[in-house]
Design a protein around this ligand. Structure first.
Ligand code: HEC
Ligand code: HEC
Length: 331
């Protein structure tokens, strides 16, 4: 019996590893394939650009036929490190396998009509048939939307942001990794700035989020007058089972309701998920609607708004803001 168990282990482990590698490679191929969009021009990497930290540098995303969405494209390479368990700015998906399929049928992203159309496009390509057969040897049928999702999700999970100066400092004990400015910034971040209450420093590497939702002044003012109508519409539609993602991407005012779109709880109006600040200096513009152009503006905004919100208004000197910025640049 013992011998069987050992040989089983020896054979199994490399197998699993090979399969995972094949799934990641297949996911990467799908991620970079424009034929999976309605007009053949948009791929995941059009918006999640590797050279821009898997964001697009735009205020809001631009998809098929130049259609614009309502939200800023988040980085994908920090999801695994931030131990994210809910996805999108309003956390409307709780599994990555579900989240990766949504953009394909979102009318302002890749614009396919439905998952049947996705399946047809993948099945038509003979290169995919053999790649899927290898990566999912037990799958019947060989290609299904479930396996497309699994491959895309494995690829996204394999992404990592580069090791940061703060990782070297906090994770590897390299006390020289942060300069004097960044150290002062860290003290403000943890201390009187109270930033770390939401952008948490725990985790290895630091997750820089609390995985929770918070109100933001951003964008809510513009819709206040129309709030009763908007919320009523959202509740009505949720009873009809409409896809939240498609709706918020095409209705800017509803998108500003944030977490409310998911829960329909009035307490959740205007709440958004705390973004991880890993690699944050490379992912401008900022906030769920991309309305803040630079890191300096984002810092000013957060210092002012969060302290006001917590009932302890905070003034930082120009020097202290620079310190905070140096620290954020080290993340
Ligand atoms: C047209 C631009 C665009 C394309 C194309 C696109 N995305 Fe996105 N992606 C976005 C935007 C914008 C969001 C945020 C939407 C929201 O929160 O409502 C997002 C969010 C995500 C998220 C959630 C990230 C998080 O922080 O929770 C995942 C995962 C994701 N996209 C994967 C993909 C995959 C996989 C593809 C290809 C199948 C893809 N995206 C194609 C713009 C795009
Ligand atoms: C109460 C929780 C909370 C506190 C405290 C907080 N933040 Fe945030 N932070 C958030 C949320 C939520 C967002 C997203 C808001 C949005 O998109 O509208 C955010 C967004 C940001 C962004 C933009 C990130 C991006 O990718 O768009 C930066 C930069 C930032 N915060 C820095 C700070 C700094 C610096 C402090 C301390 C002065 C701080 N935050 C304090 C919750 C918080």
């Amino acid at each position: 019996m013992g011998a069987v168990a050992i040989s089983h282990k020896v054979v199994r482990q490399p197998d699993t590893w090979v399969l995972l590698t094949q799934r990641i490679a297949l996911g990467k191929q799908l991620f970079n394939d424009p034929h999976l969009s309605a007009d053949g021009t948009v791929r995941c990497a059009s918006c999640h650009m590797p050279e821009k930290g898997y964001t697009d540098g735009r205020r809001v995303a631009v998809g098929v036929e130049g259609r614009t969405g309502t939200r800023n494209t988040p980085s994908l390479m920090t999801l695994e490190e931030a131990q994210e368990t809910s996805f999108f700015w309003d956390g409307r998906r709780s599994s990555l396998d579900q989240a990766v399929l949504d953009p394909l049928t979102n009318p302002v992203e890749m614009g396919l009509h439905n998952q049947a159309e996705l399946l047809q496009r993948v099945q038509e390509d003979s290169a995919y048939t053999s790649a899927f057969a290898q990566a999912f040897p037990e799958a019947k049928p060989v290609i299904s939307s479930e396996h497309i999702a699994a491959a895309l999700a494995e690829y996204v999970r394999s992404l990592r942001s580069p090791e940061s100066a703060y990782d070297r400092y906090a994770l590897h004990g390299d006390k020289t990794a942060l300069d004097q400015r960044a150290l002062l910034g860290l003290a403000i971040f943890k201390g009187k700035g109270h930033c770390a209450e939401c952008h948490r420093l725990g985790g290895a590497p630091a997750v820089l989020t609390d995985h929770a939702y918070h109100r933001t002044g951003m964008g809510l003012d513009a819709i206040t007058a129309n709030l009763p109508n908007l919320t009523e519409d959202v509740i009505k539609r949720s009873l009809q089972g409409g896809a939240i993602g498609n709706r918020v991407a095409t209705h800017a005012d509803e998108a500003q309701l944030g977490r409310f779109n998911v829960t329909q709880d009035p307490a959740d109006i205007g709440l958004f998920r705390t973004p991880s600040l890993r690699d944050v200096s490379h992912t401008a513009p900022y906030m769920h609607d991309g309305s803040v152009a630079t890191l300096d503006d984002a810092i000013d905004r957060e210092v002012y708004y969060r302290s006001l919100q917590a009932g302890r208004p905070l003034q930082l000197t120009v020097e202290e803001r620079e310190d905070l910025k140096s620290f954020l640049q080290a993340l």
